[in-house]
Ligand binder design. Structure first.
Ligand SMILES: Cc1cc2nc3c(=O)[nH]c(=O)nc-3n(C[C@H](O)[C@H](O)[C@H](O)COP(=O)(O)OP(=O)(O)OC[C@H]3O[C@@H](n4cnc5c(N)ncnc54)[C@H](O)[C@@H]3O)c2cc1C
Length: 382
């Protein structure tokens, strides 16, 4: 297979994802967004297709597919509904991945299976009110007392908060050891002392739920430690490498949807005696956006292929997420501009693309942090 072509299976995944996105998910997207309602109906469609645990091994209820298939499916679903897209991304990349990569057989059998084919959802809790980009500055602690861990602290901005059953939570088990003092834990909705706060009111991805989490003398059994004590930061960073391929793909979907909408509108909107598509000034905007999204897609696919080949893909995943998100924001802005006043109205989906695209440049590493990651990978130690 060459670098750019897809296998027959990957083409089939794209067609399946495109069909469900178009027929079932897109018609519901603006309603869920307007009501700020979690898109359960859309998520259930994806659970039935096995899209919520695409890369999980069949042994634990997953679809056993590669990362490129996941990227292709994420793009199609996000083009229809970016809120459904992020729900899918978090379940696959941020919850299922660390459970499969770092969990014991028993942990996978219970927790991974429950979010793979058990109908449940997962969440990932790293960010805190006073520690986002600087994740190692977290204040949440976990202390081993007898056979149990006791967690105290809080998390902020947690996607799938409240709708998820399984939470990967990072806390300091040694407050004097910097990032080496962080460990990862598996929490369940309903654990004693674990409270989920009210959903945030957001600019975009309004159907996705984002909540704070609170741990107040939260008691969990000792065997809910994920990986080794002190490995939490490493687990979080490895998880985010893969997550960035998911968010890059979400950005591609939103950007492509915006370009498609601009093309469609430019052909039917008339001004000065004919369709606005004949103005070269608009044609060039569409051409530039399409070129950027195609370039972003190629970087993203390369990162996915490198992950599938077992190579170090930190650099490519950071480049993919940074370039795709910024290209997506530009594409959505271009499309809204081509729609004129109609673009500013809620009667057209382009205002949703415009609002939804922005988050892709913030979560799972802001654009600024990704430039630091890329520079660190390129410069190494000096
Ligand atoms: C809708 C939504 C969903 C989210 N979902 C999750 C989730 O599921 N799980 C989770 O753990 N988190 C989640 N987050 C949190 C998200 O990852 C953080 O918001 C993000 O990492 C930025 O952290 P912050 O908001 O604290 O910004 P800050 O870290 O305070 O950054 C503020 C600004 O300073 C810049 N900055 C910071 N440090 C540097 C530096 N060294 N050099 C240059 N610039 C810098 C940033 O780029 C940014 O522009 C979510 C956020 C949102 C909004």
């Amino acid at each position: 297979m060459d670098t750019f072509s897809l296998s027959e299976d990957q083409v089939l995944i794209r067609e399946t994802a495109r069909d469900v996105a178009k027929e079932k998910i897109a018609p519901l997207a603006s309603g869920f967004d307007a009501r700020e309602e979690f898109p359960w109906e859309s998520v259930k469609q994806l659970q039935e297709l096995g899209f919520m645990a695409m890369m999980v091994s069949p042994e634990y209820g997953g679809s056993g597919l590669d990362t490129l298939s996941y990227s292709i499916a994420m793009e199609e679903i996000s083009a229809a509904c970016a809120s459904t897209g992020v729900t899918m991304s978090v379940n696959n990349s941020l919850a299922a991945y660390p459970l499969e990569a770092f969990g014991t057989h028993e942990q996978k059998d219970v927790f991974l299976r429950s979010i793979a084919d058990g109908g449940g959802l997962g969440a990932f809790g790293l960010s805190e009110p006073d520690a986002g980009s600087d994740a190692a500055g977290m204040k949440t602690t976990a202390i081993l007392e007898g056979d149990n861990w006791k967690l105290n602290g809080s998390k902020m901005w947690i996607t799938n908060g409240g709708v998820a059953d399984v939470y990967i939570i990072f806390a300091k088990t040694d407050v004097n050891a910097g990032h080496r003092g962080i460990s990862a834990f598996i929490l369940k909705k309903g654990d004693i002392g674990f409270e989920i706060g009210a959903p945030e009111k957001k600019l975009g991805i309004r159907a996705s739920t984002t909540t704070p989490l609170q741990f107040d003398e939260c008691i969990i059994p000792h065997d809910r430690l994920l990986g080794n004590e002190g490995d939490g930061f490493k687990i979080a960073m490895k998880t985010l490498d893969g997550g960035r391929i998911g968010i890059a793909s979400q950005a591609l979907g939103i950007g492509q949807a915006a370009i498609d909408a601009a093309i469609e509108y430019a052909k039917v909107r008339n001004a000065f005696g004919g369709p606005i598509a004949r103005f070269q000034g608009l044609q060039w905007k569409i051409a530039d956006a399409a070129m950027e999204i195609e370039a972003a897609r190629m970087i993203t696919w390369k990162a996915a292929r490198m992950k599938d080949a077992g190579q170090n893909y930190t650099l490519q995943a950071a480049m993919a997420k940074l370039y795709s998100s910024e290209a997506s924001v530009r594409a959505a802005d271009m499309s809204l501009q081509i729609h004129g006043g109609a673009g500013y109205s809620r009667d057209f989906p382009v205002e949703r693309y415009y609002r939804d695209s922005k988050i892709t440049a913030i979560y799972e590493g802001t654009s600024e942090i990704l430039r630091l990651v890329i520079a660190r990978e390129l410069l190494g130690k000096y």
